[in-house]
Each structure stands twice: as C-alpha cells, then as structure tokens.
Design a protein around this ligand. Structure first.
Ligand SMILES: NC(=O)c1ccc[n+]([C@@H]2O[C@H](COP(=O)([O-])OP(=O)(O)OC[C@H]3O[C@@H](n4cnc5c(N)ncnc54)[C@H](O)[C@@H]3O)[C@@H](O)[C@H]2O)c1
Length: 435
C-alpha cells in the first residue's frame, strides 16, 4: 500500500445499528459466519471488488484493502437498538431469511446482541407496537439518552471508533421545512421545544451519532440527514454522512438498465414497477404515510438518467409509477415486476419486462457492510459531510439541493465516483468521470 494520509484502522470498530430486523440480523450473521470461514460475503465490494490503479505498464488491479486501510471483519463489534426486545439470534430466526444451519454456528455471539431501548414515536411507524422503548421528556432528552448509549457502548467494549447505521423501519414522510431543518440552531431549538411533527426519532439518532464523533448512514428513505441542519452538524463535528435508502433490488436494476435506453437514444413512454413483499418492512410500508417516503425515493431514480429537458423527443412526459404491495406469503422473498414501454425508429412502440425474484435482506446485507466500512474509512480520511462517492449503494443519493445540485443516479457513473474516491484516498490519481 502507498503511504496515504488516511489514519490506520487500528482497534475495534463498533457498529451500532438502529433496528434489529431482517436486514441487520442477516448482516450480522453473515459477518460473524464469514469471520469463522463458514460463509462468503458475496455481493460486498469491499471484500471482492478490484480497482485498477496506474496506467500502461504500471497498471494493476487491487482490492480495496490493498489501496486504503479498511477495517478488518474481525475487529467489528455489534450493538443495536430496537422497539422489540428480541436478541439478534431470535431476530434472525423470526425473520426466516436464513436457514437455521447458517445461524446456529454463531448462535452465542448473536444472542449476546440484545437491543438497547429504542428512541421511538408510534406516530412515525403506526404498525409497530413493541415496548422496548425509552421514556423521554422531549426530543432533546431522546438525543441525550442515545448519546449516552453510544458512550457506554464504547467504554464497556473498549471500542475505538463507532459507525451508526439506520436499518430500522421507514418512518412517515417528513417534508423538509426550511424554518426547522434549515440550520443547526433551528433544529436544536425544535428538539428542545419537543417539536414532534418536524423532528423524527431518526433525527435524534443521527444527531447523537454525529455529536459523539460517529459517521451516520441512513439505509431507509427517511428525511433524517437529508437536511441542511444535519449537513452543518456533520461539518462541525467533521463526520461523514451517507444516505438515503439502500439500492438493492428493483432500483438497482433500474439504475443499471435505464442507461441502456439512454445510451441508444431510444424513447421512453412509461415505466411501471410493482412489488410484492411480505416481511415486517412490507407491513410498515403498507401504511400510506410510510409508503409515501419510499415512493419519493424510488421515483427519483429515472429523472436524472433519462432527462426530459435534454431530450424532449425521447423523454418528455413518460409515466413512471412505483407500487409496493404487502403480501405475507412471500415474506422476505420479494418479487418485482418492471414493465417498460419504450419506442424506437419513427416512434414504433416496444416493451421490456423484467421479473426479479430476489431476497431483500440477502441483497441489503453486503450494502450494510460496505457502507459501514467505507464510512469509517471516510472518517479516518478526514472526509466530512455528504459522501457522494457512496451514491452507488443508495436509491436516493443525498446532494445539496439548496445549491441546485443534481444527484447522480446512473449506476456506472456512481461506480466511477466510488472507484475514484478510493483511488484518491489511496494516493493514486482519479480517472476521468464517465458522462
Ligand atoms: N432489504 C432491502 O432490500 C432494503 C432496501 C432499501 C431499504 N431498506 C430499508 O431497510 C429497513 C430495514 O428493513 P428490514 O427488512 O430489516 O425491516 P424489519 O421490519 O425487519 O426491521 C426493522 C426493525 O426496525 C425496528 N424499528 C423501527 N423503528 C425503530 C426505532 N425508532 N428505533 C429502533 N428500532 C426501530 C423495528 O422494530 C424492526 O425490528 C427498512 O426501512 C427498509 O425500508 C431495505
């Protein structure tokens, strides 16, 4: 490895997850099993991908940890918060994502991960009714209690660095309100005034993480860190933030497939995406106010890839619809259908159908690992604020909308951003971005 300015990944990395459900129990089980050599972390870029560095005769392909210091899986210590008291073993069994034979070898370690009391407000996820919940005076007190949890976890486990990852249920949609979310001072005032309408519990987790010197990742589509107040806090505390919404199944396909249509200058008249899903995530998303948050996130993908203003003949007024239907028999095995109405030479219509029979948590687990390890890397590299290079992993990448910035949704442009950030942190020159 070249000499870089990135601090080494020495000591223990605490990974505190908000939500101990299907995704996070699958993530934890996989990491613990991989550590024992009993499973492979398939789908994880940090564990498998190779990046080209150097040109011509100097050219070589290196794994991420050969370019930059990435934390070792053996150094990870897990903790979690959840509304329900089930430990990580019980949660993995209940989720029915993994077979018992793939959970039992790490049963003891999983059982030791008992959820801390959640910072929760029933109005933000009406379908949940667990009682492993903090008693709080107001939103400020909620944040203070979470900060104490982080400090205790570090002290009790001899942790050097912490990353906080939200993979809890999607909260109801919170529109950005400039008066409350526009500055850190306004946000803090609203927390102290217990403004429950504008301050989601997820904002308290994010505030607590950043204030305690931990990067924060938003894996659901919640507004949380996608507001100027949180950008200000992350700059102030020098911490990275990433979000929103893991890009796992249908949207991954969309952001990889839409460039085919755009690159060939074919027209688009409609894209209808529908899903059936039967896990707890699906149950929460069955509530219209929670689905609205997801819908906004899922809809944002196409507009910046197939841009109507740039190609009015091809992309004006295409009809884009996304649905998620709760269907218990499928549990975590989501089925997605995409019907794409395109048109070609002289406007003649054609159709493309994509049927993805996936496993939601199997797709999300490697993203959890990569986002955690790369956020920790970013913090050690002194990067703070929105981490645009992590857009590759996210459905609705954060961007500074107050300055008219447009998010990058095109999968292959995002991949170049990811590789260039790793190259630069490793002391290698970045490649030209792709258009
Ligand atoms: N799996 C995927 O492909 C995928 C993709 C993108 C986003 N996501 C998002 O990831 C999240 C997790 O998905 P999942 O399938 O594991 O859901 P899940 O319902 O199995 O787990 C979520 C857990 O979060 C807990 N929770 C809710 N509010 C909380 C709070 N305020 N504090 C602490 N815990 C809280 C719930 O009790 C639940 O146990 C969801 O928001 C989902 O939309 C998943």
């Amino acid at each position: 490895m070249k000499t870089t300015n990135v601090k080494p990944a020495t000591g223990k990395l605490g990974v505190m997850v908000v939500g101990l459900g299907a995704v996070t129990s699958t993530f934890m089980t996989g990491v613990l099993m991989a550590r024992k050599g009993l499973a492979k972390p398939v789908g994880s870029m940090t564990q498998y991908d190779k990046i080209r560095v150097g040109e011509g005769s100097e050219k070589k392909y290196l794994k991420y940890n050969e370019i930059v210091p990435i934390a070792d899986l053996n150094d990870i210590v897990f903790a979690a918060w959840d509304v329900y008291p089930a430990n990580a073993y019980e949660s993995a069994i209940n989720a029915e994502v993994l077979k018992e034979k793939d959970i039992n070898p790490v049963k003891e370690e999983l059982e030791a991960i008992k959820p801390l009391k959640a910072a929760f407000d029933h109005n933000y996820a009406k379908r949940l009714d667990g009682d492993n919940v903090k008693q709080v005076k107001d939103r400020w007190d909620m944040t203070e209690q979470l900060r104490e949890d982080i400090r205790n976890f570090k002290k009790e486990n001899g942790i050097d660095r912490v990353v906080v990852l939200w993979a809890a249920s999607t909260e109801v949609y919170v529109p950005v309100d400039e008066k409350v979310h526009g500055s850190l001072a306004a946000l803090e005032a609203a927390m102290k005034a217990d403004d429950k309408e504008h301050i989601a519990p997820s904002m308290c987790y994010a505030y607590a993480a950043l204030a305690e010197g931990a990067p924060f990742i938003m894996g659901a589509p919640n507004t949380t860190v996608d507001i100027p107040a949180m950008w200000e806090l992350s700059e102030k505390t020098g911490m990275p933030i990433a979000g929103k919404d893991f890009k796992t199944g249908q949207t991954l396909v969309k952001s990889g497939f839409a460039p085919i249509i755009g690159t060939r200058c074919l027209g688009l008249s409609g894209w209808f995406s529908t899903n059936i899903l039967g896990n707890r995530d699906g149950l929460v998303l069955d509530e219209p106010a929670n689905f609205r948050t997801k819908e906004v996130s899922k809809l944002s993908t196409l507009e910046s890839i197939l841009v109507p203003e740039e190609q009015p003949d091809l992309y004006t007024d295409y009809y884009h619809k996304v649905r998620i239907n709760y269907y218990p028999p499928r549990n975590d095995n989501k089925e997605g259908w995409d019907n794409i109405d395109i048109f070609g030479w002289m406007g003649y219509p054609m159709q493309i159908k994509i049927n993805f029979l996936c496993r939601d948590s199997i797709l999300a687990a490697p993203l959890c690992l990569d986002l955690v390890l790369l956020s920790d890397l970013a913090a050690r590299a002194g990067r703070h604020g929105i981490q645009r290079f992590l857009s590759f992993f996210l459905k609705s990448p954060m961007h500074d909308y107050t300055k008219g910035e447009v998010p990058v949704n095109h999968l292959f442009q995002q991949y170049v951003m990811l590789k260039n950030a790793i190259r630069e942190m490793g002391g290698y020159p970045a490649d030209e971005p792709i258009d």
